[in-house]
Write a protein that binds this ligand. Sequence first.
Ligand SMILES: Nc1ncnc2c1ncn2[C@@H]1O[C@H](COP(=O)(O)OP(=O)(O)O)[C@@H](O)[C@H]1O
Ligand SMILES: [Mg+2]
Length: 234
Amino acid sequence: MNAVETRGIKKYFGSGETRVEALRETDFDARFGELTFVVGPSGSGKTTLLSVVAGLLDHDEGSLHVLDADMGALSNAERLRFRRQNIGFLFQQYNLLPALTAVENVAVPLIANGIPRRPAEERAATLLETVGLGPRMQAVPSELSGGQQQRVALARALVHNPKLVICDEPTAALDHKTGDAVMALLAEHALNPERAVVVVTHDTRVLEFGDRIAYMDDGRITQIEERAAVAEVS
Ligand SMILES: Nc1ncnc2c1ncn2[C@@H]1O[C@H](COP(=O)(O)OP(=O)(O)O)[C@@H](O)[C@H]1O
Ligand SMILES: [Mg+2]
C-alpha cells in the first residue's frame, strides 16, 4: 500500500468559459519511507494537488487514499480529525498566527490533538532549536524574517510526528546552507516505514535529498524518476 494514491483526480476552478481544469485525471503515488518530490512549471497544478492530498481542498472527480483512509468515504468531521492527527503541512503562505509567539505557533498542532500546553511547548521548543530558531522562540511572526517564518512553519508541520508531511517550496526563502538543513530534516522524517514526505520544489539543488521525482505538467503527472536517476540530474 502507498502512503498517498490519487487516481483520476480532477479539480476545476470557476465555471463556464472561465473554468480552469487545474488537475486533469491526476494519478500520483507517494510511498511509505520515501521523500517524493513534485516538480513542474508554474501553473501545472502542484499546489492544487498538495491541497487536495492534505484535505484542504475538495476535488471534483477521482479517488484519493491517504495512509489507510479512503478520503472520499470520510465525513467532514472525520476528515478534519484525520488531518490533525496524521498530516503536517507547510504551504507557500505560512499561515502563522500573528498574535502568537514562534513557540506557541509550533505548539498549535499538539494542542489541537489534546496535548497540554506545557509539554506541547517543550516539544515545540526542541523543534525550534533543531531548525536553528532557539534564540527567536519568543518572537511573534512580524519580528521574524521570511526565512525564519518559513522554518517556524516547518517546525509546526513536524511537531506532532505526522505520518504524512506535505511541503510546498519549503526552501524558497532560504539560503543554500539553511535550505540543505531543512531538506535533511525532511529526508530524515521520511526514513521511517510508517511515514512519507511529499515536497514541491523549483530548487534543483535539493533534488538529491529525494527518493523519487514526479514530474507534473498541465494538471497531470507525466513522468516518474527513481533515486538512481535523481542522483544523475542533481
Ligand atoms: N483558487 C483558484 N482559483 C482559480 N484558479 C486557480 C486557483 N488556484 C489555482 N488556480 C489555477 O489552477 C492552475 C494550477 O495552479 P497551481 O496548482 O497553483 O499550480 P502550481 O502550484 O503548479 O504553480 C493554474 O492555472 C491556476 O491559475
Ligand atoms: Mg504552487
